[in-house]
Design a protein around this ligand. Sequence first.
Ligand code: Z16
Length: 830
Amino acid sequence: AFGERKAKAERMFNLMDQFLKNDPISLQKDILYHVEYTVGRSRFSFDDFEAYQALAHSVRDRLIERWHDTHIYFKRTKPKRLYFLSLEFLMGRSLSNSVINLGIQDKYAEALNQLGFEFEVLAEQEGDAALGNGGLARLSACQMDSLATLDYPAWGYGLRYEYGLFRQIIVDGFQHEQPDYWLNFGNPWEIERIHVTYEVKFYGTVEEVDMNGEKHKVWIPGETVEAVAYDNPLPGYGTRNTINLRLWAAKSSNQFDLEAYNTGDYINSVVNRQRAETISNVLYPDDRSHQGKELRLKQQYFFVSASLQDIIRRFKEEAHNNFDELPEKVSLHLNDTHPSLSIAEVMRVLVDEEHLGWNKAWAIVCKIFSFTTHTVVAEGLEKIPADLLGSLLPRHLQILYEINSHFMEDLKKRIGLDYNRLSRMSIVEEGAVKSIRMANLSIVCSHTVNGVSKLHLDTLKIRTFKDFYELWPEKFQYKTNGVTQRRWIVVSNPSLCLLISKWLGTEGWIRDADLLIGLRDHVDNADFHREWKMVKKVNKMRLAEYIETMSGVKVSLDAMFDVQVKRIHEYKRQLLNIFGIIHRYDCLKNLDKNDRRKVVPRVCIIGGKAAPGYEIAKKIIKLCHAVAEKINNDTDIGDLLKLVFIPDYNVSVAELVIPGADLSQHLSTAGHEASGTGSMKFLMNGCLLLGTADGSMVEIIEEIGLDNLFIFGANVQEVAELREQGSTLKVPLQFARVLRMVRDGYFGHKDYFQSLCDTVEVGNDFYLLGSDFGSYLEAQAAADKAFVEQEKWTKMSILSVAGSGRFSSDRTIQEYAESTWKIDPCRCPF
Ligand code: Z16
């Protein structure tokens, strides 16, 4: 029998050995195989998109293989696992990132070349996975890349929205939203797990029952929906580890059916099935306002319930039935408050289903959750109306009240009967609308509360969460955000990538961004400068071409490409940028021919989406277009100044725009941007930064030195003082003049722009555009001056990249792993 088994094993190994080789011939075979048998096209006749699909499937095969190996290894070694819970992941495209992380980019390029295709052209065929809004969601994606690369045994959990963030189209300068049905053409990057499903319950009532003489609360739900898992393998770089991002989709469950069919109305019950599936249909596009909508709450609980059933099943399966061990095996991370219903759900499972008893369950819960907040101002924090929560999740509301009453009792013992403070800290807000404060809940129940930059944490301590900080100072930490250099240099800027590796003499920086500091050794080398400038030129050409196809505007490569791309918000002050541009235009018009020759030509680029219900943000977009139309059609100005709005800014557009920028703007009023991560991407691409000392910019200044960027405006303390001054605030004449031009209809649409102008009128100018305008113009003048001294500019650009190592998400993730999650790397050895 042994001999037989051995022979079988050998046969199997021989077979296994035939699969998935990475030499160009094998890759070609695999691609053609998928053309014929997966895409279903003749291998003699297929177009670019079909080639992309086949290519993607061949990559997918390789990902699946490593995914299996990694998870078999995790299962065998049973390390403590991190579960990263986030309602948003902005993954963008997967193809390039995957083949680069798999280390087979060159092989694929060669294989495709021989088939008569170009890798880059096929990569362009892929649409973005845009399952998130902005910074918070892209941060999750960068952090997943770092978790995989650093070999951490982590899982990401999220929702598989069928419609991602809306597509922005511009009609007559106005934003319109169109649905992003990203799954229309299939998605080769996911694996549908039809057998990994869980029932998620909603509504119903709570009853008290007697069990062995003890009273237990039992939730009798009224509606059941099924969650189906879709797995997205995420490969690390320079490792075999490939971790999982598990996204849930809603399906109507059989239980749902039975009820419906019994009513005898067959057709309607089939139609009603659809209703259940709407839960995971669409991503909410507001990046920081909370409307208290039932569907949103349903999404949150659907996500939480499915993820926790999956996590607890895995925990039990690995023979850790003893829940005391949960904190040693499981770390649950709350990416903002969106998944914070998890806290009530774990309590419900431990108390109602596992019958651990309240105190024991509570002790466990307090050890497994950590929490990152991305918000600065208290008004931005998530609140859920108690009525809404109580009708959808009656048992959870009871649990939340009970958590709160225990907390309040403890708190009284510690701080006495300071009722103002007690009511500020309560998880339950008693007001016109009674509601649950999800941030307070998350703070009370997490062992660690993280800010996303040093300045952010300082603000949380002295303002937003002051009461909590005074109670539990040791809970509060910060982990400055970072971005992955794999996507933001290697994928998006291949020429810079080659140049860096050449001059550092190693590709080691792709795994260890601190090595970038070595570029400082060459900062005065003339050859290096020449090559550096060439790289920027190539990227500017790429961007210029894109601008011309998108907007029809021809731009000069000699001009400074000045970029502000991010979600449109009053606090991010795109309006300050536009007012600066109007001022520049106004000045140009008043210069004579001779003086104009000394002006640094600029191409101003603005891009970003406004939340569909955010009127002022939409007016900012319209103003940008109105100003652009005036300036770009003024033949008298020509190449000296251009303004272009890049529509539908998203991850793949960012990959094109950021490497092509000379200068980038980060203008938030100090104290409003929790961190900001766009700045880090620009920094890594050798763009100089112009901005306020807000969020992580403070740390960027520390790292690369004030000499190498352009900082302006009031700092956090000054902002507070300036706001005190109200209508007595001084604003420069130039600002008043620009404001007048817009009000008077110089750019048309006079009536439409009045309310926008009101927001920055003296006495009403909450974000202090007026009082920062003077120093903004000075910073802009300094940038112009530096751009003319090419050597100086190049040096600053090199030093920006050299100093960007600290802003790799690898550093962030390592800090989280060591000090918050307490997890160790678990590297798959085969
Ligand atoms: C978001 O993207 C952020 C905060 C927030 O409350 C909601 C959303 Cl959707 C951003 C912050 O504004 C930004 O400063 C930060 O860099 C980013 O989250 C990641 O932490």
